[in-house]
Design a protein around this ligand. Structure first.
Ligand code: ADP
Length: 488
């Protein structure tokens, strides 16, 4: 019988948001599901190691103490701007995964944003959080082998660790892995926060000078391993078009850079057991989706409540990244085809207005809902025929994976993780040019198949639903990366 190694591999997984506590976008899906998937990997798959992974998130005002059974754990002080500041830490768990919550001020009001609008407050909040995460380990008497940080918010931990390694033996052997979810956000405006926590600019020749004081590029220069959230995105960011000025750094660090496609939680996103939808379904009874579609047509008071009219949806942050303007500009080119469109999204005020104007212009066929609403999102995934994801760039994208699991066919731009998860003509449709006409052409193509070749359409839905976007494979790849870091 093979022997288990004495010590599990210890991972401190730190993120700004994690579902079900708080979710703003794909990062919340990721941090709410990947640590659990890693925790559940069978040791036999990773040289008999067990993984002791623990999640840390900020104790955002919106997180309910009662709902999640959160208990006070301990408090300690860290230094910010030469003053001692108290950190209060709390604990709960999800399915056995320890979750720590870090608070500067538990009286933070319910409506306090997860990401404060002003860059000083935003960067200070996450610098404080990241530094406190490192200190927390000492108070737990538990030392991670690897700190797994995500995006700019928690890159501060990698910067602080570098300093602590010089000063304190406790930290000297800890390795770091940084996942890039979106390079477009680097933490600009963090200069004061960096000073408050005595974090020096990174002197790295391959970084432009402006990047030497932004937490994400600084973290990318220092992390032991960099993972982008899809293989395609990990290549795209080495080019000037997608690298945002960091392409030289990525080329220099290419041996430490790789891409792992995100997964989704198959229990949370399951059309057969989803409590938010009227008619649950599987590949065996995919026609039940039609009842969900008709229920959407009624709910949104669309003038034509015909189950054969293609129902298209968008479920998205409204941001120029997402390419929603391509549809706004191209929609008039679709007036000759019967179709309905329901947009669910929020974000950029100008885009919100444009989406509302689209409904005003085409009240018979367009509905716009400006809010974040998971229940409506689930109903749309389960009833719409097509989802549009015309992103200019998409590091991974969660929306297309959820949509496919629910038999809703994506029409998406061939970029990043969309390209890695959608097979054109098999489980969705891809287009290359970031133009209204390329999008419209592909919508037309999809609708032609929907209308004229129902059995091909059904086959595509089944293939989409059967595509495997569970975390199993990707979680294992992360675990192997942890192992490599420890044995390197
Ligand atoms: P990003 O993280 O860039 O916003 P992703 O595709 O990775 O994009 O993740 C988006 C996630 O947020 C998906 O789970 C999607 O269902 C959800 N989402 C986006 N907008 C809304 C909304 N208005 N209401 C409900 N859920 C939304």
């Amino acid at each position: 019988m093979s022997q288990l190694p004495a010590e599990p591999i210890k991972i401190l997984f730190i993120a700004a948001e994690a579902d079900p506590f708080v979710k703003i976008g794909g990062l919340g899906d990721y941090a709410g599901s990947l640590p659990l998937a890693i925790r559940n990997i069978h040791p036999e798959l990773i040289q008999n190691y067990k993984i002791d992974i623990r999640l840390v998130i900020p104790f955002h005002g919106k997180i309910s103490v009662k709902k999640w059974g959160i208990k006070f754990l301990t408090k300690f002080a860290i230094t910010e701007n030469n003053k001692s500041v108290i950190v209060r830490t709390y604990i709960t768990q999800i399915e056995g995964l320890p979750v720590y919550l870090i608070s500067r001020n538990r009286q933070e009001n319910y409506s306090a944003p997860v990401y404060p609008h002003k860059s000083f407050q935003n960067s200070r909040k996450y610098a404080f959080f990241s530094v406190a995460c490192l200190e927390l380990m000492k108070h737990l008497n538990w030392k991670a082998d690897v700190i797994h940080a995500n995006d700019w918010h928690t890159s501060f931990s990698i910067l602080k660790l570098k300093e602590l390694k010089r000063e304190t033996a406790f930290y000297s052997k800890i390795k770091t892995l940084l996942t890039i979810h979106n390079l477009a956000y680097m933490g600009a405006g963090s200069e004061i926060a960096l000073k408050y926590f005595r974090l020096d600019p990174v002197k790295e020749h391959s970084l432009p000078s402006w990047a030497q004081t932004q937490p994400l590029p600084m973290g990318l220069a220092l992390a032991d391993k960099i993972i982008a959230v899809s293989p395609s995105y990990s290549k795209e960011i080495t080019t000037p078009k997608f690298g945002y000025g960091l392409e030289k750094l990525f080329l220099k660090r290419r041996k430490s850079l790789s891409g792992i496609l995100n997964g989704i939680d198959y229990q949370k996103w399951d059309p057969l057991h989803d409590k938010c939808i009227e008619n649950t379904f599987s590949t065996q009874n995919i026609s039940y989706r039609l009842h969900n579609k008709q229920s959407l047509q009624r709910q949104f008071e669309l003038s034509c409540q015909d189950k054969n009219i293609p129902l298209i949806t968008i479920i998205s942050r409204l941001d120029s990244q997402k390419g929603i303007d391509l549809l706004i500009d191209g929609f008039m080119l679709l007036v000759d085809i019967p179709l309905q469109l329901i947009i669910l999204g929020s974000g950029n005020k100008g885009l919100e207005k444009d989406c509302e104007n689209l409904e005003n212009k085409y009240p018979e066929r367009v509905r716009t809902v400006i809010r974040y609403d998971e229940m409506t999102a689930r109903r749309l995934y389960s009833g719409a025929d097509i989802i549009l994801i015309p992103s200019r760039f998409e590091p991974c994208g969660t929306t297309q994976m959820i949509a496919m699991r629910y038999g809703c066919i994506p029409v998406a731009r061939a970029t990043g993780g969309l390209k890695d998860s959608i097979e054109d003509g098999k489980n969705g449709f891809l287009f290359i040019d970031s133009t209204p006409s390329a999008l419209v052409k592909t919508i037309r193509k999809a609708i032609r198949i929907y209308r004229n070749k129902p059995s091909q359409w059904k086959l595509m839905q089944i293939q989409a639903m059967k595509s495997d976007f569970s975390w199993n494979n990707s979680a294992l790849l992360y675990a192997k990366n942890y192992l490599n870091l420890l044995t390197a």
